[in-house]
Design a protein around this ligand. Structure first.
Ligand SMILES: Cc1cc2nc3c(=O)[nH]c(=O)nc-3n(C[C@H](O)[C@H](O)[C@H](O)COP(=O)(O)O)c2cc1C
Length: 210
């Protein structure tokens, strides 16, 4: 298959979105947890989480255009400045997937999708108890991407929770032991297998590949 820009535009909408959503390769699988002012929690799957820097520790994610559909995650994190990012594991991919359904405000995806809220004393947003890598974030800024009306939401990490045995002395987190998964497109889930680990790449230490 070879698609030009014109051919992409002429492709049927759902087939096009499936193709274009898949072409970046494996994406991280996370659930973002928030809470509104009335105390209703919200949980939604996001595959666009991106590392922005480690000092200060910052992450971003891409929010789809606001349009007619209200974005509860966005409204809640703006309202109280806090949200959680929770890795999805193999054991709950189906529950995690269905958090993407457009539930009404006032209905919590935690209850609807069979996932459990968990809290830290000094942090409002709910974590996902079933997840074994959880992050608590404070909202910093939003950057509009004018070309397609999406938004890059930027936050700093206030809490990082992961089992000790998964992190080695160097700080490597073993995603295979964590039972982590990756997402292809919007509907396909993959297991993770670690297949290599290499030192920091210095020019004088590059192996002879010729
Ligand atoms: C696998 C998958 C990945 C998704 N990734 C994103 C994403 O990165 N950004 C986004 O805005 N929506 C994403 N969505 C859609 C949201 O999960 C969906 O719109 C959800 O209803 C948003 O919930 P909210 O309105 O409660 O915030 C994704 C959906 C699926 C199934």
């Amino acid at each position: 298959m070879h698609l030009t820009k014109q051919a992409i535009e002429n492709t049927e909408r759902v087939r096009r979105l499936n193709i274009i959503n898949a072409i970046t390769g494996i994406k991280p699988a996370n659930l973002i947890g928030t809470i509104d002012e009335a105390g209703t929690t919200n949980l939604a799957i996001f595959s666009s989480i991106v590392h922005l820097g480690s000092n200060p520790a910052m992450l971003g994610f891409i929010l789809r255009p606001q349009g007619e559909v209200r974005r509860h995650t966005y409204e809640n994190l703006l309202a109280n400045g806090e949200y959680t990012i929770n890795h999805i594991q193999r054991s709950f991919i189906e529950q995690a997937h269905y958090t993407s359904a457009k539930f009404d405000k006032g209905v919590s995806e935690f209850a609807q999708c069979g996932l459990t809220e968990e809290y830290l004393p000094d942090f409002k947003a709910p974590f996902v108890k079933e997840s074994n890598l959880k992050l608590g974030l404070r909202f910093l800024e939003e950057i509009p991407i004018k070309a397609n009306n999406t938004t890059l939401v930027v936050g700093e990490i206030a809490h990082l929770i992961v089992p000790d045995e998964i992190v080695n002395e160097k700080g490597y987190i073993n995603l295979e032991q964590l039972d982590g998964v990756g997402i292809g497109g919007l509907n396909n889930y993959y297991g993770l297998e670690q297949i290599g680990s290499f030192p920091y790449a210095r020019v004088k230490e590059v192996p002879d590949f010729s």
